[in-house]
Structure formats: C-alpha cells, structure tokens
Design a protein around this ligand. Structure first.
Ligand SMILES: Nc1nc2c(ncn2[C@@H]2O[C@H](COP(=O)(O)OP(=O)(O)OP(=O)(O)O)[C@@H](O)[C@H]2O)c(=O)[nH]1
Ligand SMILES: [Mg+2]
Length: 449
C-alpha cells in the first residue's frame, strides 16, 4: 500500500516562472514515461535532468525539464520524478491530471515527507523541521530549523535515551541474571545518581527551550496604556509603516491592530490595543475588553505613559493589572515637557512622533529576552512545542522513578517509570516500539555473552 505512486503539484499554485509536479513511488518512472516525449526515463541515470515534452493524445501539453531521482537515494527513498513545467495554474493542473490518468494517486498533504519518515530516511523531528524551514520568519529561526533537519534534535534525544538504556540495562541484568556476581551493586547509590544526572540534563534543555521558542515563534507583545498616550504611534514606529490610525482623538483605536517585526533576530508579534478607560461607547468597550484579554495572553507588555502628564489613577490601575507580567514601561512624548515624575524599572523614554529612542527600546527588549545568552553555534535549542511537552512528561516520569527509590519500592517498579520516560522520549523522534527498546538492551548484553 505504502508503495503506490503519489503525485502533487509541489510549488505554490499561482502564476510563476515554473511549477513542479512531483511523483514518488515504484511506478513513478513508468507513469511519466507514458506521456513524455524525450529520452526513455527507464534508461537514464539517477540524479539527472532531461529535456522534452509532456504529450497527451498526440498533442504537446508543455515543454518540460524532468529530474530523475532513483530509489533509494531520494527524499522518500522511492523513485522520485519532478516535472518542471511552465508556471501557469492551468498547465500544471493539466499535467497533474495526466499523471492521475496514467495511474498515479493524488498525494495527501505532507505525504512525501511522511513517506520519507515511514521509509526511515528521516526521523520525526526532521520531518517537523521541513515544515519549520518553510515557516521560518527570521535568520535565527531558519538556522534552528536547519539544525533540526540535520538531525541535531534527533541526536540530542537519542543521547538521552542511550543514557536511560544504560540505567535500565543495569536493572535488567540484576533481574534476569541474578547469577552475575560481577554486576554492579544495584542500590540507591548506583541508580539514583545516574537518574538525577539525566534529570538535570533534561531540565537544562527545557530551560533553554524557552529561547528556542522565542526564536521560532516570536514574542507575543501587547502595547497597553490609556487613550492617547501614543500606543498606535509606537506600533507604527516599530513596524516602520503607518499601519494603525493615529489621531489626537481619545479612543482612536477600537479594534486590535497587529504586526510582526524582526528586531535583531527576534520576532515581536505586536498588537496595538484600544486605550483602556471607563467608556460608555459600545464599540470602544468591546475593544477595551479585547485589550484586557491581550494583556493576559501577552508574553511582553509594552506599557505606555505620557511624559507630558502626571501619573493618573487610570495609569496606576493599569500598572497594577500588568505588574506580574514581563513589562517595559515606555515613557512616550519625551519631546514634550516632563510632567511625569515617577521612575520605573525596565523603562525607556522615546518620542514615537519624532522616532527617537526607538533603538533603545529595541535593545531593551532584546536584552530582556536574550541577555546575550543565545549562541546557536554551540547549543541545541529545542523549540518545537510538541518536543517540549514530551520532554516535560519524561522529566515527570524520571522524577517518579526517584520517588519510587525514595519510598523503597521494588526495583522493577522503578524500571516501569524509566521505561515510560524512554517511550516518551521516543515519541519525539517517532520511535515508540518496544522492540527497539529490547534491541538496544540486547545489544548491551551481547557484549559480555
Ligand atoms: N508630541 C508628541 N506627540 C505624540 C507622540 N506620540 C504620539 N503623539 C500624538 O499623540 C496623539 C495620540 O497618538 P496615538 O498613537 O493615536 O495614541 P493611542 O495611544 O494609540 O490612542 P488611542 O488609540 O486613542 O488609545 C496623536 O496626535 C499623536 O500624533 C510623541 O512622541 N510626541
Ligand atoms: Mg491607538
């Protein structure tokens, strides 16, 4: 079943210079050959490109270049043919249709990558990295995704699992081969320190994962403050575009305005909100409620005050509302007379109108989130939410095993938790079979036998 031949248009549907119709499967070459006027593709070498025409009912459909990748040296490990045709929607669809008539099946979304995974060409983290490369929004997130595709996450996880297997092997030897007398004394003194080492490794990875997520997904940032302090002007200054409407009228912004900006490698997912105040205007009220939701969801609050006005009760209320959040206080309108006497932690004075102080603001944000600790070249950053969740679960399982040791449970109870952690880590890379656990264990025993 897995080997039927699938086909899809691999490029974005739209007009462009070229489109690529891609096939993968045992009959890929035969199916294309049926409608290709040019060399016989059965006879060509792998990794070659051939000029010719796609013909149907003796009619030329398009002039094409065909790339041939023969099994197993291809993305899916199956025969892959890529038809480079002219980039019109109609012609690409027409060629797709002909391939379907010739016997291919329409591929499901992601099916080429799925096959690469199922055929063992890549692990699950690499499959996910393919998507992450496509979705990357900055240089740094692209670097992370490429590392994932290179198998960096895979290696990180397999290293953890191999530590775990060593610990499990100790237990197994003790259970299954009690006659071994040179086996390590299995006690709290042997297992516990090893498990604790592993726990601290995973904790370390999870701590850094925080940076990974910031690089990959950006920081949800809400611009908050009472009406007219200059929130929308700040959004525009950061985006370097007049996206939000700015006027001197209080309550100008009523709905959320969003924009993304890359500040020195990290992405801010900015939202500008309606100025928060008591209001009887229905539309404005809805906007204000949205602003309050935005505060809850934000990872960073840019709290805006007016340099030209003393702190009001409304400001105080909002400061209270956001005090437990990561927050930067922006004192805007620094071009005007200073009436604001309060000082704040993590604060920066700017003029959104004259675009001064914007870089200071950007540096402060970068410093708050990265504090110079990110070094993509010598660290592995886990950034995928699914990986982070599984790592956290395996951490819980490991902690339970320590708990079991503390409560002097039999050692096979400890082993259950360890095996559970091993399975959870396996889910990250897509390996959950108990056979692979046994295989690895067996390999260890073979050494002495
Ligand atoms: N002098 C001066 N005026 C500013 C500055 N920033 C914004 N303004 C002015 O302040 C007024 C309000 O600016 P907005 O950006 O619309 O303020 P807001 O906080 O989004 O207001 P609401 O959407 O009503 O909550 C406009 O007239 C801006 O031109 C600044 O740095 N200096
Ligand atoms: Mg506004």
């Amino acid at each position: 079943m897995g080997n039927d031949t699938i086909v899809a248009i691999s490029t974005a549907l739209g007009q462009g210079a070229i489109s690529i119709v891609r096939l993968s499967g045992e009959e890929a070459i035969e199916i294309v050959n049926k409608s290709f006027k040019g060399v016989n593709l059965e006879n060509v070498k792998s990794h070659t490109i051939h000029y010719g025409h796609i013909v149907y009912n003796n009619k030329n459909i398009d002039e094409v270049m065909i790339s041939v990748f023969k099994a197993p040296k291809s993305f899916t490990t199956e025969d892959i043919i890529e038809i480079n045709c002219h980039g019109g929607i109609f012609v690409a669809n027409k060629i797709l249709e002909i391939m379907l008539i010739n016997g291919a099946r329409s591929a499901n979304p992601g099916e080429f990558t799925e096959r690469a995974f199922l055929n063992g060409r890549i692990d699950l983290t690499q499959a996910e990295a393919v998507m992450e490369i496509i979705e990357a929004k900055s240089d740094m997130s692209l670097t992370l995704a490429n590392e994932g595709l290179d198998g960096v996450i895979y290696k990180l996880i397999t290293d953890l699992r191999s530590n775990l297997i060593n610990i499990i092997a100790n237990i197994e030897v003790n259970i299954d081969y009690p006659e071994y007398d040179d086996v390590l004394e299995l006690s709290n003194n042997v297992l516990k320190p090893e498990i604790e080492k592993l726990i601290s490794k995973i904790e370390d990875i999870l701590e850094k994962a925080h940076y990974g997520k910031i690089i990959k997904d950006g920081i949800k940032t809400a611009i908050i403050g009472r009406p007219n302090v200059g929130k929308s002007s700040i959004l525009n200054a950061l985006l370097r575009e007049d996206k939000a409407i700015v006027t001197e009228i209080l309550g100008t912004t009523r709905d959320i305005v969003e924009g993304n900006v890359n500040i020195g490698g990290i992405i801010l997912n900015l939202i500008d909100t309606a100025g928060i105040r008591e209001s009887n205007d229905l539309v404005e009220k809805i906007g204000i409620n949205k602003a309050k939701t935005a505060i809850n969801e934000a990872e960073l609050i840019l709290f805006v005050l007016d340099n030209n006005q003393a702190l009001t009760n409304e400001d105080k209320k909002l400061l209270e509302l956001t005090k437990s959040k990561k927050r930067i206080v922006i004192i805007n309108k620094k071009d005007l007379n200073k009436e604001l006497t309060h000082s704040f932690n993590n604060s920066v004075a700017i003029s959104a109108l004259h675009k001064t102080g914007i870089e200071d603001l950007e540096n402060l944000i970068r410093h708050m989130f990265l504090s110079g600790e990110i070094n993509l070249s010598d660290q592995t950053y886990v950034s995928n939410t699914r990986h982070i969740a599984k790592l956290s679960e395996s951490l819980v399982a490991l902690k339970e095993s320590i708990q079991a040791i503390h409560s002097e449970m039999p050692v096979d109870m400890v082993e259950i938790d360890l095996k559970n952690a091993w399975m959870l880590l396996g889910e990250i890379i897509g390996d959950t079979s108990t056979t692979s656990l046994l295989d690895e264990l067996f390999r260890k025993f073979c050494l002495g036998k």
